[in-house]
Design a protein. Structure first.
Lengths: 117, 160, 415
């Protein structure tokens, strides 16, 4: 009991000091638009309905016009499970260490990196 | 599935007009009609010493409502299913055999509308709110839609 | 108004459950003018002693079983993981096992070991949380704080393995999603040694500390094994009267058939027995984790299965920290289930909780109700009816907790 008086307090000093996170910590999602090919697998596996696919025009393949889609992320619904990251065959998605995501403005949580021209 | 337990259930089933179907991996499904359900369950408890009732599940089988009692002993599970017609969902309660079943039956009463005669608390709601409209069908039926339930209870969602 | 006419009368005893009726003008309804929400438990008292408890649950009912019928199989795994924050992994494990039973695929051995490790870490976390809560409700705040700081050991390990402290998202059908990180084995073994020491220390505290003894010794109606069995008690509520009911022993799943462990039972039948039981289980779990980590087999961690599950029905049960979880799954052969039934252990333990409360005093209510380790957002509100004075009143959980502390340790409230 007296030993406890000599130990320093166990309370984390967050937010005055940064908090220690582990390497596998799953924070906010991030996409590398250069790697995304619009294969739609992330939208199919997401359990929370975060990903909508937006038409970005068409591209010519041979003599056919194929539609080009890119994902739009509504991260306010994200449950941070990482299914999209695991299933992306092109490693375009990753989970960052950012977790301070509270915002009064919902638009802040829309990730449009892949859909802006 | 141990041979003796399955054999004993099959023998008893044959005597009392029930059907025992082995499912996979240590599970058996027995279909019993309402008239014999209490005899069958007391046989399971007393003669076969199957004491643990895991839960009672309600099921929407189209025309009927299925009530499945899940008994587990060691590595064997026996699902005892009885069914009641949707037009007259009245079943017999097993609370006098297993007092712990009282809340499971109340849950099926709230979610599927089955009345269990002999359950002393059957007139109380367990899960549904007090102001559940009397003409709104029970929620877990296949025909009940969540959007309609939300509208009737006055809980419209704001977005999406 | 004649007081005799207003006194509640006793109705017939049915199946051991006595019912009181109030055939008078005072409405014993759940809505109190001062309240914003109805109560969870209605306690009928004779003076100080409890005679009957009427439960009302479902205030955080989210309709998960209905929602499961509208979502693909894999999405349901994440949804059922969020049934509970404390036992989230074992919910997704039980659902996963029920669905895997319908397929022809086997779970790889390494995945079974990892599932065991995470499940036991979760058990330690849950039991520590509960011991802290018992300290809180009994008025022993220091125990609460210390135990919860030890809980951080487990949460840090879980975060290092899975990336999240609470919703681990580790389970997948026929496997786990992430492997053990490099160098985790030594760290886990060292932390589990530390955890065992702490559990022994807390065990000593509850056996000698005056506050805990006063609040937990001989508290709770004693039930015998027959009653506990008939009331369908599961988990620690069955084991503390001596029944050897542990799904890990009787129907081993994951790697429980390969990792040796002892089942913990007690037979004193009071709340203190539950404290000792859960602390002993922490030591058992720490040993299991160390063993599993040392004997972790090599191999794949996952087998990918198609999104269409064959038709049939299957059930699975697991030992959650609070008791037996049971999942029943019925497939019509499609991409979404036809019926999923999930029965949490707290629902199975409510009848025995009602039995434990009979004859206890009002001051013991928070301790006894927490003793079953309930998982609903319980004890927000309770209402009481005293049949001697016919007084009805409502208290919040905090008011009830303070009443209990004042009753046992009045010297703390002297001005």
């Amino acid at each position: 009991m007296f030993r406890a008086m000599l130990e320093k307090p166990k309370t984390e000093a967050y937010p005055y000091k940064p908090i220690q996170l582990t390497e596998r910590f799953r924070g906010k999602l991030d996409i590398d638009p250069a790697k995304c090919t619009g294969c739609q697998v992330c939208a199919l596996v997401c359990p929370a309905g975060v990903i909508t696919l937006i038409d970005m025009g068409t591209r010519k393949v041979g003599d056919r016009e194929l539609p080009v889609k890119r994902p739009l992320f509504d991260l306010s619904s994200c449950i941070f499970c990482g299914e999209c990251v695991d299933n992306c065959a092109f490693n375009a998605l990753e989970m960052t260490k950012q977790f301070e995501l509270a915002t009064p403005n919902k638009e802040d949580l829309m990730m449009r990196k892949a859909v802006v021209k | 599935m141990s041979e003796t337990l399955l054999a004993r259930i099959t023998t008893f089933a044959a005597e009392s007009n029930t059907k025992a179907v082995p499912l996979r991996k240590g599970e058996t499904l027995v279909e019993v009609d309402q008239a014999n359900i209490k005899i069958f369950i007391s046989h399971l408890l007393n003669d076969l010493a199957l004491r643990h009732l895991a839960t009672i599940t309600g099921l929407d089988l189209g025309q009927n409502l299925g009530i499945t009692y899940h008994f587990i002993q060691g590595q064997e599970t026996i699902h005892v299913r009885t069914s009641v017609p949707k037009t007259n969902p009245a079943a017999l309660s097993i609370v006098d055999l297993i007092p712990g079943a009282i809340l499971y039956e109340m849950e099926i009463h709230d979610m599927f509308g089955v009345t269990f005669t002999g359950n002393p608390w059957i007139n109380r709601k367990l899960l549904l709110p007090d102001d559940w409209p009397a003409d709104l069908p029970p929620p877990l039926l296949k025909t009940s839609k969540p959007a309609e339930i939300r509208k009737r209870l006055g809980l419209e969602t704001a977005q999406k | 108004m004649n007081a005799e006419q207003n006194k509640p009368t006793r109705r017939e005893e049915t199946a051991g459950l006595i019912e009181y009726s109030t055939e008078n003008l005072v409405p014993f309804g759940p809505i109190h003018p001062a309240l914003k929400e109805p109560e969870y438990f209605k306690l009928i008292l004779e003076g100080e002693r409890i005679v009957e408890v009427i439960p009302r649950i479902g205030y955080v009912h989210r309709g998960l079983e209905k929602a499961a019928e509208m979502r693909p199989w894999v999405q349901n795994m994440y949804m059922f993981e969020r049934t509970c924050g404390i036992c989230s992994f074992v919910h997704s494990l039980c659902y996963g096992q029920a669905v895997e039973g319908l397929t022809m695929f086997q779970v790889p051995r390494r995945a079974k070991y990892i599932r065991l490790i995470i499940a036991e870490l979760e058990r330690i976390h849950s039991h520590l949380l509960w011991v802290g809560l018992m300290g809180h409700w009994a008025g022993f705040e220091t125990l609460f704080m210390w135990v919860w700081s030890d809980r951080e050991i487990v949460l840090d390990l879980v975060e290092a393995i899975s990336g999240n402290r609470v919703h681990k998202s580790m389970n997948a059908f026929c496997g786990v999603r992430r492997d053990m990180p490099e160098g985790m084995e030594d760290r886990i073994i060292e932390r589990m040694k530390h955890m065992t020491d702490r559990a022994h220390y807390y065990r000593q505290i509850i056996d000698t500390e005056e506050t805990m003894l006063a609040r937990t010794e001989n508290v709770g109606n004693k039930v015998d094994q027959e009653t506990a069995q008939k009331l369908c008690a599961v988990g620690p509520m069955a084991r503390y009267v001596g029944l050897r009911h542990d799904v890990r022993l009787t129907d081993p799943y994951a790697a429980y058939d390969e990792v040796p462990f002892d089942i913990v039972t007690r037979n004193e039948g009071d709340v203190r027995a539950l404290l000792r039981l859960r602390l002993d289980e922490i030591v058992v779990s720490a040993n299991m984790i160390s063993y599993a980590v040392e004997h972790l087999p090599e191999g794949p961690i996952r087998v990918k299965i198609p999104p269409v599950i064959p038709a049939g029905e299957h059930s699975s049960h697991c030992e959650a920290p609070r008791g037996e979880i049971f999942y029943y799954v019925r497939s019509g052969g499609g991409r979404i289930p036809e019926r999923v039934k999930s029965r949490q252990p707290t629902l199975a333990n409510i009848p025995i909780a009602l039995e434990l409360l009979k004859g206890q005093t009002l001051a013991d209510v928070p301790v006894v109700l927490t003793a079953i380790d309930p998982c609903f957002g319980c004890m927000d509100r309770m209402s009481f009816l005293d049949t001697d004075t016919n007084r009805q009143w409502t208290w919040s959980g905090e008011q009830l907790r303070l009443y209990g502390i004042k009753h046992y340790f009045p010297e703390r409230f002297k001005k």
